[in-house]
Design a binder for this molecule. Structure first.
Ligand code: 5AD
Ligand code: SF4
Length: 494
């Protein structure tokens, strides 16, 4: 495991891109846009948490570049220091608090520096960090990034600057994100913001507000632009992509979409996926995250129909027990989830499948935990992100239930699911040996400069000898060996 953000969380490194639980404090490298005119001021930004947050930092970069702020990679000399933060578990917030304390020391040597906190923690704690704890000068929630230049000005003038208003409309659809720390091969496109589900454990609906879908035309434009610039893969991002719905006429959004002919008026996720797939046959399309209650067969048929829509679904189950799922307010039960897995395996036989699991949620009994284990046996996940439950203030669970599973029981259960998953991922990789696959090369292997790595359709990392391959090449390989985390392959000629 690399970069563990939380001591009690385990995020497997099988998926380097969906490291949402293991990315912390990454410094983003930002190239100034061609039409950049400097205002003489610089900023430094660090990002924490999920992919959505990293994508948001790209939007922030774009907003600040348009006002002449230059991005730099060292905080010591920056006029403005920004942390884009995550609240998903307590440990995440603690890490960020420690970092804020460190950064504040800079103000002693350079009192003019403005420190700002963005993202979920800004939204959750609002003025507390500013007024009570005096840790920051700017607090900007996820829907307030357009106002950042004004907030910076206010803070530079010595005032405390806050904007934590959540919007029902903001999608930043018209802002072309500056691509940060990009490998030039794959990019993320946010297709919606917020979440209308109220999973009992989750702070996201409170920090990111109501769900809203971005105009599909701006999404297609962004995908096309990326393709024109040489990108070969886009991942469509949302908290719950299957409930994507866009209409020119908002009154239509409440209506149930039954037939495809309605798509002139309403674009749902299956329609959007199909439209993005049609941008270019050699532009791979991925998406994350699906909610089991909303993931219906129409999306699966689109995946099956288009070669460039990758055969990989991240379908968080959280628990394998219907009673626990009910307390979690996930609005599906074990049988429904199993039906969705069966549908995936029927419609897309070689589909990669991954999930999120929480151990030790309020009231979780040993029997309920066993049901999670048996569901894992059934699903045979290729990848799995596993967490011990961490109570978040203000959530439904915090209001309704006691966080009553002892810490050592949470951890023991977590270890059991981790061990089982390791076994499954090794078995899944062993099954790939001898198979022919196409991989998209993403870069040089960290372990050897003589090797490159790429990802297969099912999102598994495959390592091959470097040869003449370069980033962005599609290479046909045969899998020859594996570990529980990686496949090893050799190039083949068709
Ligand atoms: N405690 C532990 N894990 C959580 N997640 C969300 N909220 C919590 C929490 N309070 C996990 C869920 C979700 C993933 C992004 O993080 O599994 O799918
Ligand atoms: Fe949180 Fe549930 Fe929304 Fe995911 S779907 S962001 S877990 S409330």
């Amino acid at each position: 495991m690399k970069n563990p953000l939380y001591s009690n969380d385990i995020a497997f490194e099988l998926d380097q891109k969906r490291q949402d639980e293991s990315r912390q404090g990454e410094v983003l490298v930002i190239d100034a846009p061609e039409d950049f005119i400097s205002n003489g001021k610089s900023y430094y930004i660090e990002s924490y948490g999920c992919q959505m947050n990293f994508n948001d930092s790209e939007i922030v970069a774009s907003v600040l570049a348009s006002k002449g702020y230059k991005n730099i990679q060292t905080h010591e000399s920056a006029d403005v220091i920004l942390l884009n933060t995550c609240s998903i578990r307590d440990k995440a917030e603690q890490t960020i608090r420690a970092r804020l304390a460190q950064l504040n020391k800079i103000k002693k040597t350079n009192p003019g520096t403005v420190v700002g906190i963005l993202g979920c923690m800004a939204e959750r704690l609002k003025e507390q960090l500013l007024v009570q704890e005096h840790l920051v000068d700017i607090v900007a929630g996820p829907d307030a990034y357009r106002s950042l230049p004004d907030l910076i000005e206010e803070a530079t003038g010595g005032q405390k600057a806050v904007n934590v208003l959540l919007s029902r409309e903001e999608t930043y659809g018209d802002i072309n994100p500056v691509r940060l720390a990009s490998n030039g091969v794959s990019a993320f496109i946010s297709i919606m913001r917020g979440c209308d589900n109220m999973c009992a454990f989750c702070v996201v609906p409170f920090t990111r507000g109501r769900e809203r879908s971005r105009d599909y035309r701006s999404i297609l434009q962004e995908a096309q632009d990326l393709y024109n610039r040489g990108f070969k893969e886009v991942t469509l991002l949302g908290q719950n992509v299957d409930s994507y719905r866009f209409s020119y006429d908002p009154t239509l959004l409440g209506k149930k979409l039954i037939e495809k002919k309605d798509t002139d008026e309403v674009v749902n996720f299956a329609n959007l996926l199909e439209l993005v797939a049609q941008v270019a046959p050699d532009l791979r399309v991925r998406f994350s995250t699906s909610h089991p209650k909303d993931m219906l067969d129409d999306v699966l048929h689109v995946i099956a129909k288009y070669d460039n829509v990758c055969n990989y679904i991240h379908l968080p189950v959280q628990s394998g027990s219907s009673s626990c799922l009910e307390r979690m307010n996930r609005t599906y039960n074990r049988e429904w989830y199993i039906d969705r897995i069966d549908a995936i395996k029927r419609i897309i036989p070689d589909c990669g499948l991954s999930t999120d699991i929480i151990t030790g949620f309020c009231g979780e009994t040993e029997e309920e935990h066993r049901e999670t284990i048996s569901l894992m046996e059934y699903a045979q996940y290729d990848m799995c992100y596993m967490f011990a439950y961490s109570e978040r203030p203000g959530t439904l669970a915090a209001k309704r239930f006691k966080d009553d599973v002892p810490e050592e029981v949470k951890k023991r259960r977590l270890q059991e699911v981790v061990d089982l998953h390791r076994k499954h991922s090794l078995e899944s990789n062993l099954r790939d040996i001898g198979k022919r696959q196409t991989i998209l090369i993403e870069g040089v292997s960290k372990k050897s400069s003589e090797q490159v790595y790429g990802r297969n359709d099912a999102n598994k990392v495959v390592i091959i000898d470097k040869g003449n391959h370069k980033k962005g090449d599609y290479v046909k390989v045969i899998v020859t060996d594996c570990t529980s985390g990686t496949l090893i392959g050799e190039m083949i000629k068709d």
